[in-house]
Design a protein around this ligand. Structure first.
Ligand code: SAM
Length: 271
């Protein structure tokens, strides 16, 4: 799909007219019409604003699909739930440490097909969850509906996600190795700032160990963390749990191992 078709498709899906979009971008509706007919292209400087208004990314407008996106979209387009329905054990830790005796807001980052987000919502949390994949999010919505619960699922890229509200609990499993090292401090600081006092972060990351042989062909756009690195970003928080474990994995049909650091940390008020 070219950029004009992309704009037209997303604009129509949002129920916007060409005039609406043009007005928001301060351009003429004829300009929008020309983009959509591929007679001309929008100025490069307008692309971020167009993407934001249409609820998408510049990459997606330009038809770029990252290998990660393609990989997970392919896994999730199958009718089965790739990750199953068993909640992550962190979910039980969350329930034990912060039971939903009052409305508690949870953010699930890189929620995949939504099994953990839906589990937490069913148990009384107000859950917001995002992922890069449309197919994962769609399956999450279906699962929530089947379970008679609601999760605010939306599409976003963790690398340029800016929280607009504060959360009681931020949860992420198997996702942070997609953050390049140079973006880690900024992203974690932003998530920490948007966490309420006494709020929790429950996060795990894949780490590199010289003696652990990873599976083949999975290095592109994945950046394993240094052992212990995650914890160094939480020196002012109360660390309830930090663990490192090595486990077997058979994804892709080739037996291999992973090393993972897991952490539960609580934001404490500063004096
Ligand atoms: C290993 S799966 C984990 C899914 C889910 N957390 C679970 O445990 O079932 C990694 C997920 O991260 C998502 N992901 C990868 N890069 C991302 C990014 N930059 N922003 C948001 N999600 C991303 C993928 O689409 C995928 O669903």
């Amino acid at each position: 799909m070219n950029i004009g078709e992309s704009i037209a498709k997303k604009r129509k899906a949002l129920g916007m007219t060409q005039k609406d979009l043009a007005g928001r971008l301060h351009v003429s509706f004829q300009a929008v019409s020309k983009w959509e007919q591929n007679v001309s292209c929008p100025e490069t400087t307008l692309l971020p604003a167009i993407a934001e208004l249409l609820g998408t990314s510049v990459d997606s407008l330009l038809g770029y699909r990252s290998p990660i996106l393609t990989d997970y979209e392919a896994r999730y387009q199958n009718g089965e739930y790739y990750w199953g329905f068993e909640p992550n054990r962190f979910c039980y830790e969350i329930m034990r440490r912060k039971p939903p005796v009052k409305p508690l807001k949870v953010l699930d980052i890189g929620c995949g097909e939504g099994k953990d987000a839906v589990f937490l919502a069913r148990n009384g949390y107000q859950v917001t969850a995002f992922d890069l994949t449309d197919s994962g999010l769609e399956k999450g919505r279906i699962l929530a509906e089947k379970c008679h619960t609601y999760v605010d699922f939306f599409k976003a890229d963790l690398k340029d996600f800016h929280p607009t509200q504060d959360y009681d609990i931020i949860f992420s499993s198997g996702v942070f190795h997609f953050i390049p090292p140079e973006l880690r401090s900024e992203i974690l600081e932003s998530l920490q700032t948007h966490t309420k006092e006494n709020g929790l972060h429950t996060i795990n990351v894949f780490v590199e160990k010289a003696f652990v042989k990873e599976g083949p062909g999975k290095d592109k756009d994945r950046y394993r963390w240094k052992s212990g690195e995650l914890f160094t970003h939480y020196s002012n928080w109360l660390i309830h749990k930090m663990d490192e474990e090595i486990f077997d994995c058979n994804s892709g049909g080739i037996p291999h191992k992973h090393c993972m650091d897991s952490m539960i940390a609580e934001k404490k008020p500063l004096p």
